[in-house]
Design a protein around this ligand. Structure first.
Ligand SMILES: Nc1ncnc2c1ncn2[C@@H]1O[C@H](COP(=O)(O)OP(=O)(O)OP(=O)(O)O)[C@@H](O)[C@H]1O
Ligand SMILES: [Mg+2]
Length: 310
């Protein structure tokens, strides 16, 4: 028997009047996967999750969470899902402990079990020492951790984190991402991480989907995303005396897709290996490159490439 999918969408679509926020999205995520949904502002990430949680109705198409339809069985889906919203809903006047207790009450977790889960969750996220400090007095990073603890106390089968690293410093970001990875690996929770920052998803996610204008334009492991774009050559040439004419001549070469300059380095993207032709342009311009090197595109460039198509 096929294993049931944690998340499955079929031509899932959300329209706001004439505007299509999510456009025939087909996505399959396996139980236990840590999936990164990457995309710029307005790509449709949050809207997708709201549909998966039954919080907004699809215009057409369908979705399932562990086999359940969020619209036909909203309570079932809510009971197995955890959600840290973009603007997470913690009560500033309550302590982390009290906030989590409120969540366990809403979810009808028995008292004894609730106490245990709250402790475990606060310990897991490293907020146990702040259990009795009002949330309004906590730093942003600590509040974010408490928000994640709020997801954990539900012991969800699938957890959605919408831009959880927003506003955190680099160290806080890394700690929080490590935490998400740990939750996914140790608890076996399926995790969907939404972000517009490549750095957030590229080190911890099993697979990444890049969303643009409501469509998933690329999907796969980091390795797969890299190899899919391997037909592109990226050639870095370091040189002194880079003139506008030189840049222009390089841009005019056959097969060149783009030329960028950063300080002494010119980066040429091309359809094929044109190192020889590049060399000739340099010599023609009476400049000898300090170095010339062909390399694979970094994921950053791939992502920016997609954003450039916006
Ligand atoms: N209730 C609504 N009514 C009209 N348009 C909406 C509504 N909600 C979202 N949209 C539009 O749908 C598009 C997708 O929004 P969504 O919030 O899903 O994007 P996102 O990928 O989460 O972006 P961000 O990174 O900014 O959070 C946006 O253009 C947004 O303006
Ligand atoms: Mg969003």
């Amino acid at each position: 028997m096929d294993q049931i999918l944690a998340i499955e969408t079929r031509d899932l679509t959300k329209r706001y009047n004439d505007f299509v926020a999510v456009d025939r999205l087909n996505l399959s995520i396996k139980p236990g996967e840590l999936f990164g949904m990457l995309g710029p502002n307005g790509a449709g990430k949050t809207t997708t999750v709201l549909m998966l949680l039954g919080l907004t109705e699809p215009s057409s198409g369908s979705c399932r969470v562990f086999g359940h339809d969020p619209f036909r069985e909203p309570l079932k889906v809510k009971s197995i899902s955890g959600y840290l919203a973009e603007r997470m809903g913690l009560y500033d006047d309550l302590t982390p402990e009290q906030n989590l207790r409120y969540i366990t009450k809403l979810n009808q977790v028995p008292e004894e079990e609730a106490r245990k889960r709250i402790r475990e969750a606060l310990e897991c996220v490293g907020a146990i020492n702040y259990a009795d400090v009002k949330v309004g007095k906590l730093s942003r990073g600590m509040r974010q951790r408490v928000g994640i603890a709020g997801v954990l106390v539900k012991k969800p089968k699938v957890a959605f984190f919408d831009e959880p690293t927003q506003g955190l410093d680099p160290e806080g970001k890394n700690e929080l991402l490590d935490l998400l990875k740990r939750i996914s690996k140790e608890e076996g929770t399926t995790v969907l991480l939404l972000s517009h920052m490549l750095a957030d998803v590229q080190h911890i996610c099993d697979r990444i989907g890049i969303m643009l204008r409501g469509k998933m334009v690329a999907l796969g492991t980091i390795e797969e995303l890299r190899t899919k774009t391997k037909e592109d050559w990226v050639i870095d040439v370091e040189a002194e005396n880079i003139t506008p004419k030189l840049v222009h001549d390089l841009s005019s070469l056959h097969g060149v897709k783009g030329v960028d300059r950063s300080g002494k380095v010119i980066t040429v993207r091309s359809e094929k290996d044109i190192r020889q032709a590049i060399m000739e342009v340099f010599l023609h311009n009476k400049t000898v490159p300090i170095s010339l090197r062909a390399r694979e595109r970094s994921l950053e460039e791939i992502y920016l490439g997609y954003l450039g198509e916006r």
